[in-house]
Design a protein around this ligand. Structure first.
Ligand SMILES: NC(=O)c1ccc[n+]([C@@H]2O[C@H](COP(=O)([O-])OP(=O)(O)OC[C@H]3O[C@@H](n4cnc5c(N)ncnc54)[C@H](O)[C@@H]3O)[C@@H](O)[C@H]2O)c1
Length: 143
């Protein structure tokens, strides 16, 4: 089934490599205009290269304040927003279970990006009141 996203405006976080970069490729081929971010500038530029419909900036989505700039610049580039792909995340310790330390485990919440709350488009909309009501959802459980 072909994906059809002509004219759709999309933000994708952590798109400087991995699944994020592949999502950019897929969405770009489907006609979307995309604004991306990553902490890795080289990776970010490599993802953007070769696309004339992809812009981006270096941003660390573990910093809630970074989302203000990200949404501002994305809005200037895209002229609105249809989809947000909050792709950044961590699967946690990937060692055999008997090698995972208490420190690895306890540091996990600190390494989770803050995008679940601070990267939600409803926080960055002019129409926050009605959007907040529409987007009421459990904020904990299931990343
Ligand atoms: N790879 C898998 O098998 C798998 C499976 C299920 C879910 N996921 C989830 O999918 C997402 C992407 O996975 P991946 O394997 O492509 O990840 P990855 O580790 O390859 O990272 C992709 C990108 O994230 C960027 N990044 C890391 N921290 C960042 C931050 N704080 N701010 C901005 N950018 C940041 C990195 O620089 C990198 O370019 C993650 O949320 C991951 O938990 C992955």
């Amino acid at each position: 089934m072909a994906l059809e996203l002509s004219g759709k405006r999309v933000i994708i976080t952590a798109a400087g490599g991995g699944i994020g970069r592949q999502t950019v490729k897929l969405f770009s081929e489907a006609g979307a205009k995309i604004y991306i971010c990553d902490i890795d500038e080289e990776g970010l530029n490599a993802t953007i290269a070769g696309h004339d419909n992809v812009g981006g900036m270096v941003a660390d989505v573990s910093d809630p304040a970074a989302f203000d700039t990200l949404f501002e610049r994305a809005d200037a580039y895209l002229g609105g927003l249809d989809f947000m792909v909050n792709n950044a995340g961590t699967a946690g310790p990937t060692a055999p279970i008997e090698e995972v330390t208490l420190e690895d485990w306890q540091n996990l919440p600190k390494r989770q990006p803050n995008q679940r709350i601070f990267g939600h488009p409803a926080r960055h909309s002019a129409d926050q009141g009605s959007r907040r009501r529409r987007h009421r959802q459990p904020l904990l459980g299931g990343w």
